[in-house]
Write a protein that binds this ligand. Structure first.
Ligand code: FES
Length: 118
């Protein structure tokens, strides 16, 4: 059995790749924090399951390509960057680091939003 390489410091195993269809999603808990894991276009993305408008559960929202819409008031976020794309949200949600190794998906938590891409 292969072990994670040394640069996997801080990464926590969450699911097997085969556990989440593409497109699909899973809610996972990492260090007592609820993380929305999304499988789309052959890649995995991880973000806080919290809308920055008013705390809506993004994991229950509609996924279209690389955007997810909050189920409460419809704000859309880019799952790759966490950027708020439409009102009423104006602040990005936090995206976390994801690695896939030997069929296992790992997440490393971040404490702040990624620098928004211009
Ligand atoms: S709580 Fe998400 S758009 Fe309002």
């Amino acid at each position: 059995m292969s072990q994670p390489s040394d640069d996997m410091h801080g990464f926590v195993p969450v699911v097997r790749v085969s556990d989440v269809p593409d497109p699909g999603r899973a809610l996972v808990e990492v260090d007592e924090r609820l993380v929305l894991l999304i499988h789309a276009g052959g890649q995995f993305y991880a973000l806080d399951d919290v809308c920055t408008h008013d705390g809506g559960p993004l994991g229950e929202g509609t996924l279209e390509g690389h955007t997810i819409a909050c189920p409460r008031h419809g704000a859309r976020f880019d799952i790759r960057t966490g950027k708020a794309l439409t009102m009423p949200a104006t602040q990005p949600t936090i995206v976390h680091d994801v690695r896939v190794q030997s069929g296992q998906v790992y997440v490393r938590l971040r404490d702040s939003p990624a620098t928004p891409a211009l």
